[in-house]
Each structure stands twice: as structure tokens, then as C-alpha cells.
Design a protein around this ligand. Structure first.
Ligand code: ATP
Ligand code: MG
Length: 393
């Protein structure tokens, strides 16, 4: 028996003239992911994407996992393929459906006949297959056409007949890449991986910048960031991480600037450096995990001061979210347990005792001018290197 995936688009259906572009990008992304799962054929017809194994080595469970993390899909159905022949449909229904009915009390069968040359109409087809399933399950489940626990669908389409037992929720959103590239400022915390996931969901291909401060931060902290990137990569696709050292900048800050401004000045450097790297790598925006009021550097005044150092738009998808809401997403996408591992971030070394919560830009700039801002930033950018974080699967 051959099992296939039938995927339904989400928001793409609303895309009018651009629909084709969104569909193409989505199929390309699915094909890219399918390579890791074996030999699959991916095609589309009647607003459905068909994912079909080409041989016995194609891992349909792995493909299902990969598809359920692909943005642009609203739902994914698993179905068994049969010939357009009643006996074959019955055989497949007997073999395939009972596993999905286990523990359920009631079901119904819905027939659908797009190929009108098939001799039975939808009602007759549903009746035949319902009876077959009842027999196969030995009366452990009953038919309830009004309020069934599960609906089994039998479809006669152009290319074949399909028996399916329910649809699973897709990842939603729009296909990665349709919105261009975005540069995520990725720390080892809870918020920034979630921010990257959220913007990939809205179509951005995510690249990342990570700032380290060795020896004040450790190699283990970087390893943690790579694991976070690999975890979100299941959704975003492979993530290229630009690793930038802030060690010298932080040491200079400590030597020359007033302590209360350390964090703000450091965050301005982050925005400035990330903007430069973004410009060199086709990214049209920065993405951060900031949430209004969460810490001293995330008051509206502090955000205004740091924003001023960026030269492209800064997207902050977590800005209006409570920590609890961010945590909920991080648990769902599998980053939470990694994020809570205890390693120092460069933001948490040399933190001022009394950080300015209502900073004024002109005063911050006075502090900043005590350093050769551009030269220090350039040196940090020149020393950056790239790590490719691939999805685990
Ligand atoms: P997170 O949980 O994402 O680390 P946070 O609540 O700890 O966020 P901050 O440390 O103030 O908040 O950082 C705010 C944002 O700045 C982060 O969400 C991230 O986008 C960026 N950021 C902070 N530290 C780094 C770093 N070491 N490398 C790259 N980006 C960083
Ligand atoms: Mg942090």
C-alpha cells in the first residue's frame, strides 16, 4: 500500500495575481526538505500539493514531520492511494483505516467523486466503504453521520482514488523566502529564537548575527546558539550565523564610558554592526526578540536610542507579547529547553548597576563619541565568521 501526503495551502489562496509565485516558492521549499527524507515526487493540482513516495526508501513519516513545519501549509492529510476500482478501494480501506479509528467511538465516511466516470456516486461510495470499515473493525466502532469523532474520506480524483483518515494542522504562515531576507540578532535567550520563527512564518528567509565576547562569554554559549539555530531551522530552513566578537568594544566601553550607559552603547553597536552585515547579505531588515518593558534596555526610550543606530527597519515581533506567551511558542518550537541552559550572554557581562531606563539620545551620543565608533565596528565586522546551522532532521 502506498501512502501519500495531500497538502492544503493557507493564506496563499488569497494572493490573487501573485499566487503562482507563492506556490512555486512553497513547492521549491518542500522539494528541498524532501531531499533529506528520500525520493519523493512533489506536484500540484486543484489547489492541493501532492507529495508521493517514489520508492520504498522514501520515509513518509519524516516527510510528514518536515511538511508540518513548512510555512504556507494550512493542513496536511495522509492518505492511501488506490486504483479507481471499488474492490481495490475496499481492500485499502480495510488495511489502512482501522489504525486511525483505534480508541474512537464513532465515524462516518464521506465520498467525493471529482471523476464523474466512476460508476458509484458519492453517497453510494460512502455507504460501501462505511460497511467495509464496520466489518473490518468487528463492530468496535459505530457510524454516526451527525456527530462523528472521525471522518474518513474517500475521493475519486483524476489520477487515482484516495482513502484518508483526517487532516493535521499545518504550520500556517506564508512560504519562507517570499518576503526576502531578514537578519536576526540571535542571542542564547528565549525571545530571539521565537522572533526568528515568527518572522520566517511571515515569509522572511532568516539569517543571523550572534555577538560573543570571549573570554567573558564561553564557547559553550556559542554552541548553544548554534543548537538554537538548528532547532528553528526545521521551520526557517538552514540558518547562516555571522559570529561577531564584541570583546574589544566592551573593553573600550569599560575603559572610556560612563557605566550607566554600557548596555545602551553596546546595543547601539549591535544594531549598527548587524545593519552593515545585513546590507552585505541582501537582508532588508533586522529582527530582534525585544519585548516592551521587559528589561531596562527595552523601555520605549531605550528602544528609540538603539533603533537610531540601525540603518534598516528593525522588526520586533515579540514587542507586545508577555513572557508567558513567548515561552509558550518557544516550547512549541522546541527551543525553550536549550534557551534556559545557563550561559553568559555578552549583554550580561559588564552590566551597569543602574542602567538608564529613560536615556536621552544626545547624552548617549556624548558617551559614544569618546570611542572611535566606526573603526571599532569595522574591526569587529572584519573579524566575523560564518557558521551554517542545518536542521537536525
Ligand atoms: P533574548 O531572550 O532573546 O536573549 P532578552 O530578553 O535576554 O532576549 P536582551 O538581552 O536585552 O533581552 O536582548 C534583546 C535582543 O537583543 C535579543 O532578543 C536579541 O535579538 C538581541 N541580542 C541580545 N544579545 C545578543 C547577542 N549576544 N547576539 C545577538 N543578538 C543579541
Ligand atoms: Mg538575552
Amino acid at each position: 500500500m502506498r501512502e501519500i501526503l495531500l497538502c492544503k495551502y493557507g493564506e496563499i489562496v488569497l494572493k490573487g495575481a501573485n499566487k503562482r509565485y507563492f506556490e512555486d516558492t512553497l513547492c521549491k521549499e518542500l522539494r528541498r526538505r524532501a531531499k533529506k527524507c528520500g525520493n519523493f515526487d512533489i506536484s500540484r493540482a486543484q489547489s492541493t500539493i501532492y507529495i508521493e513516495p517514489k520508492d520504498d526508501f522514501a520515509d513518509i513519516d519524516a516527510m510528514f514531520e518536515a511538511a508540518s513545519k513548512t510555512f504556507g501549509l494550512a493542513a496536511i492529510g495522509r492518505a492511501a492511494v488506490c486504483e479507481k476500482d471499488l474492490d481495490d478501494i475496499k481492500r485499502v480501506a480495510r488495511e489502512y483505516i482501522p489504525q486511525f479509528l483505534f480508541g474512537k467511538k464513532s465515524f462516518k465516511v464521506e465520498g467525493k467523486r471529482s471523476d464523474k466516470t466512476f460508476p458509484l456516486n458519492s453517497m453510494e461510495l460512502a455507504g460501501e466503504i462505511g460497511a467495509e470499515i464496520l466489518e473490518a473493525t468487528g463492530g468496535k466502532i459505530r457510524v454516526d453521520v451527525r456527530n462523528p469523532e472521525i471522518t474518513v474520506k474517500v475521493e475519486i480524483r483524476e489520477r487515482a482514488a484516495y482513502v484518508h483518515a483526517g487532516q493535521f494542522k499545518g504550520a500556517g504562515g506564508i512560504p519562507v523566502g517570499t518576503g526576502g531576507h531578514g537578519m536576526l540578532l540571535l542571542s542564547g535567550g528565549i525571545d530571539s529564537p521565537v522572533a526568528g520563527y515568527m518572522m520566517a512564518k511571515r515569509g522572511l528567509r532568516v539569517e543571523a548575527v550572534h555577538f560573543e565576547s570571549i573570554p567573558y562569554t564561553s564557547e559553550l554559549a556559542k554552541d548553544k546558539v548554534v543548537r538554537l539555530a538548528r532547532t528553528i531551522a526545521a521551520y526557517t530552513g538552514d540558518v547562516y550565523i555571522h559570529v561577531v566578537s564584541l570583546t574589544k568594544i566592551q573593553e573600550e566601553l569599560v575603559k572610556h564610558c560612563e557605566e550607566d550607559y554600557f548596555t545602551l552603547l553596546l546595543r547601539r553597536y549591535m544594531m549598527y554592526i548587524a545593519s552593515k552585515i545585513a546590507a552585505d547579505h541582501e537582508s532588508k531588515c533586522l529582527i530582534t526578540g525585544e519585548s516592551l518593558g521587559q528589561v531596562a534596555s527595552q523601555t520605549m526610550e531605550a528602544i528609540a536610542v538603539t533603533d537610531n543606530a540601525a540603518s534598516i527597519p528593525v522588526l520586533r515581533p515579540c514587542i507586545g507579547m508577555d513572557k508567558e506567551e513567548i515561552v509558550e511558542i518557544s516550547r512549541k518550537i522546541g527551543t525553550f529547553d536549550i534557551s534556559i541552559e545557563p550561559y553568559e550572554d555578552c549583554c550580561t557581562v559588564f552590566t551597569p548597576k543602574h542602567p538608564k531606563t529613560k536615556p536621552q539620545l544626545d547624552k548617549v551620543l556624548v558617551e559614544e563619541r569618546k570611542l572611535d565608533f566606526e573603526a571599532l565596528a569595522k574591526e569587529a565586522i572584519d573579524g566575523a565568521y560564518v557558521i551554517k546551522a542545518e536542521a537536525y532532521q
